[in-house]
Write a protein that binds this ligand. Structure first.
Ligand code: BJW
Ligand code: ZN
Length: 238
């Protein structure tokens, strides 16, 4: 912990890179691992791919409605608050929730690589997008512009990341001197490649995770523990 705090104190261009583990203690399920993780209960390609959506759009929208209701009832925890209090940091996340924003991150300041649960968009290319009320999530409905189905504005398997967001995240990581990697299995590309990109550019890598297996490179500094506990400790003055 002391080594990690010293790295943070030294950093001039720090970036955070988070995954589902960041929001786990707010009651948002992670994707991989045992217990309540999403992929231990559901087949990812049936629910998080365009192919799966086309095969059974009602099933996919029902799954998203359940996740949106859970998110509506959730609140950011001390770890989200500790992160967003670092106003000079760039925050890059794979998470589709808005808990960093609800913890006080300015609108559009968080780079969401995998999109957001807060809106739906047209499955086709007409460009229609609509905000969603998380507390009253929609089921399957048609695009008012072209009658194609609407789908969540998230990035499914086989899809490209939003170009501007990806470009901004890569630029921030290329220039960073510290990358704080929180609560991700780093199993999904191209997002996980940001860690190697930072390393190649000489940044220190700090990994905060509940699973020791997340410590993949012995040059990195690993802090074991849950995000809600570890992040406030990392940023506390003592
Ligand atoms: C704690 C904690 C606590 C727990 N405190 N820590 C082979 C076949 C098919 C595809 C591929 C393939 N090889 C590569 C691919 C590409 C694919 C990919 O990477 N697949 C791998 C899984 C193999 N990638 C893509 O398809 C991407 N697009 C792409 O490559 O485009 C290029 C292209 C396009 C077209 C043609 C050709 C090329 C897109 C990836 C999109 C990922 N989407 C999802 C779903 C988002 C929507 C939704 O939420 O519904 O994004 S999948 C899911 O995984 C989600 C997450 O953002 C992402 C990463 O997961 P994350 O955040 O790391 O969570 P977990 O659960 O994995 O880990 C949690 C961690 O937290 C663990 O380490 C715990 O220990 C820890 N933890 N509690 C701290 N309290
Ligand atoms: Zn449309």
């Amino acid at each position: 912990m002391q080594q990690a705090k010293a790295s943070i104190a030294r950093a001039r261009r720090p970036v955070s890179f988070s995954g589902a583990g960041l929001s786990a203690e707010s009651g948002i399920a992670t994707f991989r691992g045992q217990g309540d993780s999403l992929w231990s209960q559901y087949d990812p390609m049936r629910l998080a791919s365009e192919e799966g959506f086309r095969a059974n759009p009602e099933l996919v929208m029902d799954w998203y409605a359940a996740r949106r209701s859970t998110l509506a009832a959730a609140s950011p925890h001390a770890g989200h608050h500790a992160l967003v209090q670092q106003t000079s940091w760039v925050h890059v996340t794979q998470n589709v929730d808005d808990l960093l924003e609800r913890a006080g991150a300015p609108p559009d300041s968080v780079l969401h690589l995998h999109g957001s649960l807060l809106s739906d968009r047209c499955l086709l290319t007409c460009g229609y997008e609509q905000a969603v009320d998380l507390a009253d999530p929609p089921g399957l409905r048609q695009c008012p512009q072209c009658a194609a189905p609407l789908r969540p504005t998230v990035v499914w398997f086989g899809e490209h990341l939003p170009e501007d967001t990806w470009t901004a995240a890569r630029a921030a990581v290329q220039q960073c001197d510290l990358l704080l990697v929180v609560g991700t299995s780093a199993a999904v590309y191209p997002a996980a490649g940001l860690i190697e990109l930072a390393r190649e550019n000489g940044a220190e890598i700090l990994i905060a995770n509940t699973d020791d297996a997340a410590a993949i490179d012995k040059r990195d500094v690993f802090v074991h523990g849950p995000a809600a506990k570890v992040l406030p400790q990392l940023f506390s003055g003592d």
